[in-house]
Ligand binder design. Structure first.
Ligand code: FES
Length: 133
């Protein structure tokens, strides 16, 4: 059986090749009132995942789909009030929530796909974000 046949399709976020370098991509997984809304960001051959929820005022970071980075692609940008975050750590380095961090989502690369890590409990994570709103 090939690796592609062993992939848990419910945990697939996107193909790694679908994320430009630098680039980011939003996703929604789950159903109901609180699906998990997140995004993945590529840093060369690595990828990181975060909940799409700004620690400042709780807004989604992107005002347009998949628009999570600064113009030069160097940092994550919250388009509501301009907070800037490091791509690898999610740490806010400037803006109204300096010193706070994006909520990470464990992701992994498998057979060319960006996947939610097995340990991620989608429902629990989505509910925890809902409780912050
Ligand atoms: S909600 Fe992100 S900077 Fe204000």
């Amino acid at each position: 059986m090939s690796a592609a046949h062993q992939i848990d399709v419910e945990r697939v976020i996107c193909r790694f090749a679908d994320i430009s370098d630098p680039g980011a991509r939003g996703f929604t997984i789950g159903t109901g009132d609180w699906p998990l809304r997140g995004f993945v960001v590529r840093v060369r051959e690595q990828v990181r995942g975060y909940v799409n929820h700004c620690p400042h005022a709780g807004h989604s970071l992107d005002l347009e789909p998949h628009s999570f980075l600064t113009h030069d692609g160097a940092l994550i940008l919250c388009r509501s009030h301009g907070a800037l975050f490091d791509k690898l750590s999610g740490y806010c380095i400037a803006g109204p929530c300096t010193g706070r961090s994006l909520l990470p989502i464990a992701v992994e690369l498998e057979a060319g796909f960006v996947m939610l890590a097995d340990a991620v409990d989608v429902s629990a994570l989505a509910r925890s974000v809902g409780a912050l709103i």
